[in-house]
Design a protein around this ligand. Structure first.
Ligand SMILES: Nc1ncnc2c1ncn2[C@@H]1O[C@H](COP(=O)(O)O)[C@@H](OP(=O)(O)O)[C@H]1O
Ligand SMILES: [Mg+2]
Length: 265
């Protein structure tokens, strides 16, 4: 894989998709449809998916492509693929809360090795560079010109005063019970894959997810977190969260800065 080209293409497509999403977000209203799995979808999801899929197929015709919006059309075959959630945090988008992201990742041998997470309403752009190091890009976020890049690294977490982040729209008692096993200084809630990025920047130390997600929800954020020195493990046995699983469904997981002393579930 040509990582220099891959990162360039993923960065550009996510910024272009983000611009399309923001056109719809800023319009007076938009239709919300309900998909077969009861999750909402908007014209923004569909427009972003079409743009990213076309761009990836054009640049990497030989690499398998998995996208949330086209999930009915693909079966799990192989452990190396590009995976896209064109608009993660659709509920946040619909409620105009800003915490939604464009996600593109490369999975190789079951491991997300490169990824980009772009939060257009927040103006935050996180990705792995060609070497695999994660960065946050600041500035104009122009698709044609790369701005300033700040390398990301996870916090040196203090186990007596942890910063914990959890889902805004999918929060439950089991998550709260698990979090109560830690000495927590402060809690944040955030929508979408931004939670992984908050651990990658050191703004949070721990993100437990005791709820359903799909691989396209997590692959890009997982790559960004890994490239900042963090890790994502399964909640049940604390082994690394892998990709290319049956139906692309994830088990419960914990994303964290390695200094965190993980508690059993
Ligand atoms: N019951 C469920 N089954 C499968 N995925 C679910 C789910 N509940 C939430 N999710 C996933 O969690 C994502 C939202 O995460 P969060 O709660 O962290 O903001 C959703 O992404 P989409 O918004 O892309 O559909 C959705 O895919
Ligand atoms: Mg999603």
């Amino acid at each position: 894989m040509d990582y220099v080209k891959l990162v360039e293409v993923m960065r550009k497509l996510s910024l272009e998709a983000g611009a399309k999403i923001m056109e719809i977000y800023e319009a007076d209203d938009f239709d919300v449809k309900v998909k077969s799995d009861d999750s909402p979808v908007t014209a923004a999801d569909e427009a972003a998916d079409a743009l990213i899929s076309a761009g990836l197929r054009d640049a990497f015709p030989d690499v398998m492509l998995v996208t949330e919006e086209q999930s009915a059309t693909h079966s799990t075959s192989g452990d190396t693929f590009l995976i896209v959630d064109p608009l993660d945090g659709t509920k946040e988008f619909i409620h105009r809360r800003g915490d939604f992201t464009v996600n593109i990742a490369l999975v190789e041998g079951g491991v997300p090795t490169r990824g980009v997470v772009y939060a257009p309403a927040k103006g935050r752009m996180f990705y792995t560079d060609a070497t695999g190091q994660s960065v946050e890009e600041t500035g104009a976020l122009d698709p044609d010109t790369v701005g300033a890049l700040a390398p990301l690294s996870v916090a040196d977490a203090d186990n007596a005063a942890l910063m914990v982040v959890a889902s805004k729209s999918h929060r439950d008692q089991a998550t709260d019970d698990y979090i109560s096993k830690y000495a927590v200084k402060d809690m944040k809630s955030a929508g979408s894959s931004l939670k992984f990025c908050l651990v990658a920047t050191g703004e949070a130390d721990l993100y437990p997810r005791l709820g359903r997600t799909m691989e396209w929800d997590t692959a890009a954020g997982h790559a960004v977190l890994s490239g900042a020195g963090g890790a994502v493990v399964r909640f049940d046995d604390l082994t690394p969260l892998s990709y290319g699983k049956e139906d692309y469904a994830n088990p419960f997981f914990i994303a964290y800065a390695p200094a965190v002393e993980l508690k059993a579930g």
